[in-house]
Design a protein around this ligand. Structure first.
Ligand SMILES: [Zn+2]
Length: 125
C-alpha cells in the first residue's frame, strides 16, 4: 500500500521530489519520466501539463470530464534512441467500482529541448 506522500506514478519518492518537479517546469529528461509525470497529471487533473507535453501535431482539445479514478501505473518497457522514444505501460483505474486497465505503447519525440507525447502505437506489430 502506498503512503500518502508517495508519488502517484508509483516511484518510491514523494510527489514533490518526483513528478512534481516536472509539473513545476523542470523538463523530463527521458520518455519514461515524461510518461510517469503525465500519468500523475491525469491523477491530479493537471490539464495544462498534459497539453504542454502533448506534441502540437497530435494534441486534441483536452478536457478531463470523463477522467476516471486512476489507481496505478505499471511501466512494462521504455526505450529511447536519439530523438525518439517509446513507453509500453499499463494504467489501472476504477470505473463505477470496477477495476479496469488500459495498455498502450506510446510514442515520444524530443524537440526543442523537450520530450513530447505523440500518439499510441499499434500494439500488434
Ligand atoms: Zn512520479
Amino acid at each position: 500500500m502506498l503512503e500518502e506522500a508517495s508519488c502517484p506514478c508509483g516511484s518510491e519518492k514523494s510527489y514533490a521530489q518526483c513528478c512534481g518537479v516536472f509539473h513545476q517546469g523542470g523538463g523530463a529528461s527521458t520518455p519514461e519520466l515524461l510518461m510517469r509525470s503525465r500519468y500523475t497529471a491525469f491523477v491530479k487533473g493537471n490539464i495544462r501539463y498534459l497539453q504542454e507535453t502533448w506534441h502540437p501535431s497530435t494534441r486534441p482539445p483536452l478536457d478531463l470530464d470523463g477522467n476516471p479514478e486512476w489507481v496505478k501505473l505499471q511501466i512494462l518497457e521504455s526505450w529511447q534512441r536519439n530523438t525518439k522514444g517509446y513507453v509500453h505501460f499499463r494504467a489501472f483505474y476504477q470505473e463505477q467500482g470496477v477495476l479496469q486497465m488500459m495498455e498502450e505503447k506510446s510514442k515520444f519525440v524530443y524537440e526543442n529541448g523537450c520530450w513530447f507525447y505523440v500518439e499510441p502505437e499499434n500494439l500488434k506489430l
